[in-house]
Write a protein that binds this ligand. Structure first.
Ligand code: KIV
Ligand code: NA
Length: 268
């Protein structure tokens, strides 16, 4: 099974996908994906929110536990929700620790910034592996005014480049780069010794990550930098319609789905 040390030293392209439940995690692991991220993207992807901001520690912990129970090959990374880290150090450590101790995650991810350098160092010192995340950090949507590409000016690109270095030095074992110019991601990937894992960051990163509901085509919308590799939406629709028709038409349940027991006749 890949450990954080394996991921840190990986020669081959790292594959990462999100999963938020046991059956999906089993399929993702079965396909040989290296890292399963229990992302706070669950807010949009499966919890019906229109951002990641309302997602709670309880929700991520519960879903991380489900994913951890049924996997042993993939590295399981729990995403730290908005304001569950970076406000108070003791609370940050407690929340991150909960993902490891109770939920069974192998590592945590946090949306990084100048405020997470020393926290990353502290968590690593305590034995909690940290995946950093720079570029578009969706928990800052209200600050950013949307989900646009980041690091598109020299100044902001240099800020991301510097923070990438700072988080490597703080001990992060890998770095997600989200929605940044491909040539910025390529430079960061060259500069760092830890692997970069891109989403909307071009093909020069050391690995790629996407949101599972996009990949399987479950969600109605997916971002332009993502790709639907399947059409689970239409599979679900046709199965549900077939069920409804069979029930209404009296074809389900059929004889093979029912059981008659002699002893229980004449209960009235
Ligand atoms: O929550 C998530 O799915 C993520 C990935 C897009 C990196 O943070
Ligand atoms: Na996330």
């Amino acid at each position: 099974m890949p450990t954080v040390a394996d991921i840190r030293a990986a020669d081959e392209t790292i594959t990462m996908l999100t999963a938020y439940d046991a059956p999906t995690a089993e399929l993702v692991e079965g396909a040989g994906i290296d890292v399963i991220l229990v992302g706070d993207s669950m807010g949009n992807a499966v919890l019906g929110h229109d951002s990641t901001l309302p997602v709670t520690v309880e929700e991520v912990a519960s879903r991380t536990a489900a994913v951890s129970r049924v996997t042993d090959e993939a590295l399981v990374v729990a995403d730290m929700p908005f304001l569950s880290f970076g406000v108070d150090e003791a609370d940050s450590i407690e929340n991150a620790g909960r993902m490891i101790k109770q939920a069974g995650a192998d590592a945590i991810k946090l949306e990084s910034g100048p405020h997470t350098v020393s926290l990353t160092e502290r968590l690593v010192e305590l034995g909690i592996p940290v995946m950093a995340h720079l570029g578009l950090t969706p928990q800052r949507v209200n600050q950013l005014g949307g989900y646009g590409r980041q690091g598109t000016t020299k100044d902001t690109a240099m800020e991301i480049a510097d923070l990438a270095r700072a988080h490597e030095e703080a001990g992060a074992f890998s770095l997600v780069l989200e929605h940044v110019p491909a040539n910025l991601a390529a430079q960061v990937t060259d500069e760092l010794s830890i692997p970069t894992i891109g989403i909307g960051a071009g093909s020069d990163c050391d690995g790629q990550v996407l949101v599972i509901t996009d990949v399987i085509g479950l969600g109605e919308w997916s971002p332009p930098f993502s790709k639907q590799f399947g059409d689970v939406r239409s599979e679900i629709s046709s199965a549900v319609s077939a069920y409804k028709e069979a029930v209404e038409g009296g074809e389900f349940p059929a004889e093979e789905h029912s059981e008659t027991v002699e002893e229980v006749k004449d209960v009235y």
